[in-house]
Ligand binder design. Structure first.
Ligand code: FUC
Length: 778
């Protein structure tokens, strides 16, 4: 008996370590560039860890360190030009409309504030010559990155994590011989800041944020590093600390700004940092590490995915990315899926800022597109994996931001559009600016806030949490109110349309993008109005408002199929004459994904038209564009094309030797390449893989809707479906073997697999086990 238990135990341990290995990114050399460094983050405080042998670099970020301060970018002159802009558009004089919008209706300033770095911490070592056996890794299961190597006869190791429990980054340096830890710690920053030692073991950076676009930097920030050693000696020297001959050392990094809310910057970072460090240094390292891992695993371990393993899985991550097209390496696709979940947990925890264009990781004072929140696709894409991959908590920062936007957006609605409710155009920033920015061709799109509302509704749809819906409904209603007041009748069919607007950021045959009633707007509003109608019914309120929405919804311009058999992007059949027929934005396919207005079963003709549009667009595009296309092909039930899009993503960024199209790709550290780095493609990839395995909506849960032949056998557990369900599945030879469906909310639903179906009638907390024919099992 004892023997059997021992065997089982050994088996379990082997499995556990094998699984762990499946969740590791690893490299045989230090990072030479930023996109090779490994990201850690607790939602708020992030670091890119380079793993240098004689010089370690941690590039640091804090999610409220943005340029500028509270500001009002609305343009009081905009409203006067609105009637004329509409007249130009309805008369077909699009160029005049664009000129007028550009001259009179844009935000002041024309650009929003950037997300900026804190700076770097450097550790310089002088006893690492001749290092060998180097390994650097990031374990997604523990959210700890570590470096190990041998120098002389000493084995060195370094561990780094950003603790969501203790709100500090912890660096732990050890050696297997006493007295071997010697280094100098210093800090550098591109910000207006000073770095000074405060005592023999503490280094402090104090600064103010940058001004931008005439908006004065209004934030104070502080980063604080404290070193604790076992043995050895620590001395201070003006702006650095020197540790000599310690047995081990632990560094604690805290960083904070004076940001309290988008309208209050009166916080004081110093006492916040001091308190966090004082509390952390009083806990043994093992406890800090254990608590950090437990909190990470509480979220991370909810979903397990096995797509199969091959020999290719044993190589360093950068090499595997390079040869994915040839090797297929199903485990790399699974790692990419889990990396997206890791990134979301690490960049978007409750109470923090939402994940921006780079999550929380950015080393530049002027990052691409300001590393802001672009809400004409990118911010939404960041949150696509959250609900289906069981990370609903991570949506909280997005929801909180949308609540803020109802306030700033109400001002923009009044000033720019003379309307009630609230509006957010195509971007926002830390200060929740909502006015149209950058230029008329990109910014004059009023539907960003309405799209964000979908995430509130989905948070309800996945959880069936009515209490949450009560809080979400007024936000959705405010957005709907804005459109009820600003939709206008277009002259040809008398449909209700947005005007002026645009189909994100695509130029129509008149050489500009501004137009009336682009398909995407209509689809977004069909969702928004429809979801408000359902919400008001569920909550039993607002009958009159519901009626107004019902009438308006019926009069929205419909989805139209053009001459080429495509789903029209605009009111007119312009698609085949548009100058950039392969444009990265596939906005009119919103109706297919993320929305479920268009589906193979419900609207087969529109689904065929969407497919045609997708074929005409081709497989090229930026990282996020390819990420979107994984999801779209999955919705079309085409697992092979979805897989092809994964292969488009999972190739080394910039590598032109593969058969794949331009743009997109993956950096050695698995960050998505727009290029340059933009995190949305990672999140789109994760949700795309989830969509290939499970889809839900319209009361249906479809199992393995788009399984490619490259993943013939596998299993997944913990995926979520709308209606409050959780799904586990196993498949073999490309066929479902078994599934387990748990109902958390006790709602009804229908499970589909191929032509088979099963009606779910479970009470909350009950589950059912089905075989590959969807017959229920004991
Ligand atoms: C939109 C996209 C770009 C980029 C930027 C952040 O403008 O068209 O490709 O993703 O947002």
């Amino acid at each position: 008996m004892k023997h059997i238990i021992l065997c089982l135990l050994i088996l379990q341990i082997t499995n556990a370590s094998e699984n762990q290995q499946d969740l590791v990114l690893w490299y045989s050399h230090p990072a030479n560039q930023w996109v090779e460094a490994l990201p850690v983050g607790n939602g708020r405080l992030g670091a890119m860890v380079f793993g240098g042998i004689d010089k370690e670099r941690l590039q640091l970020n804090e999610d409220t360190l943005w340029a500028g301060g509270p500001y009002d970018p609305t343009n009081p002159n905009a409203i006067a030009a609105l009637p004329e802009a509409r007249r130009f558009i309805f008369a077909g004089d699009y160029n005049q409309a664009t000129k007028l919008i550009g001259a009179k209706m844009m935000a002041k300033p024309l650009r929003q504030m950037q997300y900026q770095p804190v700076g770097d911490l450097f550790l310089d070592f002088n006893n690492t010559a001749g290092a060998a056996n180097y390994r650097r890794q990031l374990n997604l299961d523990t959210a700890v990155t570590d470096v190990s190597f041998t120098a002389g006869d000493v084995n060195f190791s370094r561990e780094v994590f950003s603790s969501p429990v203790d709100q500090v980054i912890v660096i732990h340096l050890t050696a297997d011989k006493p007295g071997q830890i010697s280094f100098a710690a210093s800090m550098r920053t591109p910000q207006r800041a000073t770095v000074k030692t405060e005592s023999p073991d503490t280094l402090v950076m104090r600064g103010v944020n940058g001004s931008s676009e005439g908006i004065k930097g209004a934030l104070k920030f502080e980063a604080r590093v404290k070193v604790l050693t076992q043995g050895g000696k620590t001395v201070e020297d003006q702006n650095h600390l020197t540790v000599s001959n310690a047995d081990s050392a632990t560094l604690f990094i805290a960083a904070a700004t004076s940001y309290k809310s988008f309208k209050d910057v009166n916080g004081d970072p110093e006492p916040i940092n001091k308190k966090r460090i004082d509390e952390a240094v009083n806990k043994p390292f093992e406890i800090l590490r254990k608590n950090h891992i437990a909190e990470h695993q509480r979220l991370f371990r909810r979903v397990k995915l096995d797509l199969g393993t091959t020999q290719a899985s044993n190589r360093p991550t950068n090499e595997r990315i390079k040869t994915f097209a040839v090797d297929k390496d199903p485990q790399l696709a699974a790692l990419y899926f889990q990396f997206g979940r890791y990134l979301l947990i690490s960049s978007s925890r409750p109470g923090c800022q939402p994940a921006n264009l780079q999550g929380i990781w950015n080393d530049s004072m002027t990052p691409p597109w300001g590393s802001k929140y672009t809400v004409n696709i990118n911010t939404e894409m960041n949150y696509w994996p959250a609900e289906p991959t069981n990370l609903a908590e991570c949506v909280e920062p997005l929801i909180a931001m949308v609540m803020d936007l109802t306030e700033t957006g109400a001002h923009t609605a009044k000033v720019n559009w003379d309307a009630n409710g609230w509006v957010c155009h195509h971007n926002t920033d830390l200060w929740r600016a909502t006015a149209p920015i950058d230029g008329p061709l990109w910014g004059f799109w009023p539907t960003g806030g309405a799209w964000l509302c979908k995430h509130l509704w989905e948070h309800y749809e996945f959880s069936c949490d009515k209490e949450f819906l009560e809080k979400a409904y007024p936000v959705m209603k405010g957005s709907a109110q804005f459109f009820l007041e600003t939709l206008v009748e277009e002259p040809n069919h008398h449909w209700l349309v947005t005007c002026p607007s645009l189909s994100p950021e695509n130029t129509h045959p008149f050489g500009v993008s501004n137009c009336a009633g682009p398909t995407m707007d209509m689809q977004i509003l069909r969702d928004l109005f429809g979801n408000c109608i359902k919400a008001s019914e569920i909550l039993g309120i607002d009958e009159d408002f519901r009626k107004k929405l019902e009438t308006a919804r019926e009069h929205l311009a419909p989805n139209q199929i053009g001459k080429a058999g495509q789903l029209q992007e605009w009111l007119e059949d312009w698609d085949m004459k548009a100058p950039d027929r392969h444009h990265r934005h596939v906005s009119h396919l919103y109706g297919l994904y993320p929305s479920d207005q268009i589906s193979l079963r419900k609207t087969p003709e529109l689904a065929a038209a969407a497919r045609k549009s997708l074929e005409l667009r081709g497989d090229g595009g930026t990282g996020w564009s390819k990420g979107w296309k994984i999801n779209l092909w999955a919705r079309l039930g085409d697992g092979q094309h979805a897989y092809k899009m994964i292969a488009e993503q999972l190739r080394l960024a910039g590598d032109t030797s593969t058969q794949y199209s331009d743009g997109g790709g993956t950096y050695p550290n698995m960050f998505d390449a727009h290029p340059p780095f933009q995190i949305d493609g990672n999140f789109g990839g994760t949700s795309g893989i989830a969509e290939m395995l499970l889809q839900s909506g319209n009361g249906e849960i479809e199992l393995l809707p788009a399984l490619p032949k490259e993943w013939p056998a596998g299993s997944v557990s913990g995926l979520r479906a709308k209606g409050g369900f959780e799904v586990d599945m196993q498949w073999k030879d490309g066929k479902l073997m078994s599934a387990r469906i748990l109902s958390a909310a006790g709602t009804t639903g229908k499970v589909l697999y191929g032509q088979k179906s099963f009606d779910l009638k479970l009470k909350a907390g009950e589950s059912v086990r089905l075989d590959g024919n969807l017959l229920s099992q004991k």
